[in-house]
Write a protein that binds this ligand. Structure first.
Ligand code: NAP
Ligand code: MG
Length: 475
């Protein structure tokens, strides 16, 4: 469908910088249309009042359709968002299918509560869909982030207005077609591609949107709190940035090659454009030298950049030229501050006409350097030595963020003590992990608040809690 004023914007391939498609560029009038469609469909009950078992059947059909189209969706995401084909086909898209199946299966099995009362009352605590839900999404995991928001929101009976990132709108548009094919009624799922400063703001400020789920930068997350305060106090769920520490304790000395391999996955997967990227490796001084060397080898041998369509390519380019400039700027500043580039230096100081950045390992980093504190969102990892467990905890928690962490120790006492001490929404023990679809995901501190993605906890963002108090008479 065209935008109200007929405007379009061009989507580019991150790997080649070539134009891919012209997409309808929505504006405020289009957000208005989408919200009206969502509101009418919600009020009509065509989706919101369906028995949960029927919404479940429709969402299971949708999951099947995503699975049938998994290659097309993967190729679209590679072309538009520059992710590797192997990641899209083997991880992101199967995750999307699983996400829709999981929430479809859950929705007819979550019950309300009956609280303890005296005989003269019956108290029911029930959950209802909030109504019209807005979702504003990032470009790094386009369809995966859409699924984390839309699967629970749709399963709960809401209608939606979804804004993908301008840099990665194609899979959301294709997904919208699949929702209709699956039988989700017209008006329930609406996509409004366009710039965040216009479309995202119009969603945030809209008086007839009841809740917004946002994944993106901490800076724009703050804007959404302002939008809510300046409009209808809509509920805001924020999943924001991170600077996740990976702590390697001295007892890992006999397993360092395996540790280094996993540390590199945490740092370089999706070219480091990952909110939970393990971008700060904190390692005990007794194993610092050896682990650093192994990590450099891993970075050089296993994380080469290449054509994202080649199934053998482990790491693709960054999303665009601005991202590359920003990432390399962080590294240049780190060098000026005294850090040492141990691999990937060939990416620095070139005016190359592409968005590729090689995997970069930085040594000689101290915890107070900017590179150890700011989110970089590229394939850059800093390695910092520590002496004691207390110091490791202190460095790990010395951050405005608190999204994720990994703890490496085979000593159960140490592993549990560290897991408890670290201020982060997800702590992996002996392996980098975001959990699975059944575990809640989100951050402490400036990594976000207002709800969790994944798990049954995600329903809290997309439902209102109601108490129904019934007076019970004697006759
Ligand atoms: P971003 O710049 O904050 O953009 C996210 C979304 O917000 C995009 O759709 C963007 O639209 C929109 N937006 C931009 N400015 C806006 C404004 N003034 N008002 C309303 N909406 C606006 O973030 P990004 O660069 O896409 O993503 C990277 C960030 O996301 C990183 O900080 C990363 O850590 C975080 N992230 C967090 C998680 C998590 O679960 N915690 C997951 C993935 C990513 P346009 O881009 O189209 O203009
Ligand atoms: Mg693109």
């Amino acid at each position: 469908m065209d935008s109200a004023d007929g405007r379009t914007f061009t989507s580019f391939s991150p790997a080649t910088r070539e134009p891919l498609a012209d997409i309808a560029q929505c504006g405020e009038a289009d957000v208005e249309r989408a919200v009206n469609a969502a509101r009418s469909s919600f009020d009509s009950g065509a989706w919101s009042k369906l028995p949960p078992s029927e919404r479940k059947a429709t969402l299971l059909r949708l999951a099947d359709l995503i699975e049938e189209n998994i290659e097309e969706l993967s190729l679209l995401e590679v072309a538009d968002a520059g992710k590797t084909y192997s990641d899209c086909l083997n991880e992101d898209m199967p995750g999307v299918v699983e996400c829709f199946r999981w929430y479809a299966e859950a929705i007819d099995k979550v019950f309300g509560k009956v609280s303890a009362t005296s005989d003269d009352a019956l108290s029911l605590i029930v959950r209802e869909p909030v109504g019209v839900v807005g979702a504003v999404l990032p470009w790094n995991f386009p369809l995966a982030m859409l699924s984390w928001k839309c699967a629970p929101a749709l399963a709960a009976g809401n209608s939606m207005v979804v804004k993908p990132a301008e840099l990665s709108s194609l899979t959301a548009l294709r997904f919208a077609e699949l929702t209709r094919e699956a039988g989700i009624p017209a008006g329930v799922f609406n996509v409004v591609p366009g710039p965040g400063s216009v479309v995202g703001q119009a969603i945030g400020m809209h008086h007839d949107i009841d809740a917004v789920a946002f994944t993106g930068s901490t800076h724009v997350g703050r804007e959404f709190l302002r939008y809510s305060a300046d409009s209808n106090l809509k509920a805001i769920g924020l999943e924001l940035g991170g600077k996740s520490p990976q702590l390697v304790m001295p007892d890992m000395k006999d397993n360092l090659p395996a540790v280094a391999e996993n540390l590199a996955v945490a740092a370089f997967a999706n070219a480091g454009q990952n909110c939970t990227a393990g971008s700060r490796v904190l390692v005990h001084s007794s194993i610092y030298g050896e682990l650093l060397q192994l990590l450099v080898q891993e970075a050089k041998n296993s994380w080469k950049t290449g054509d994202p369509f080649d199934p053998g390519t482990p790491m693709a380019s960054l999303i665009d030229e601005a991202a590359k400039t920003k990432v390399l700027g962080h590294v240049t500043k780190a060098v000026a501050d005294g850090a040492e580039v141990l691999c990937g230096a060939e990416s620095l100081g070139t005016e190359a006409d592409h968005n590729f950045v090689e995997a970069i390992v930085l040594g000689g980093v101290s915890p107070d350097m900017d590179v150890a504190r700011n989110e970089i969102f590229g394939p850059v990892v800093c390695v910092i030595p520590f002496e004691t467990e207390e110091e490791a905890i202190q460095i790990a928690n010395d951050s405005v963020y608190g999204l994720a962490a990994t703890v490496w120790s085979n000593d159960l006492n140490v592993a549990i003590r560290l897991s408890r001490a670290i201020k982060a929404g997800t702590v992996g023990v002996n392996g980098y992990s975001e959990g699975d679809i059944g575990t809640p995901f989100g951050g402490y501190r400036e990594s976000g608040f207002g709800g969790r993605d994944k798990g049954l906890e995600a329903f809290d963002q997309y439902t209102e809690l109601k108490t129904i108090w019934v007076a019970v008479g004697k006759n």
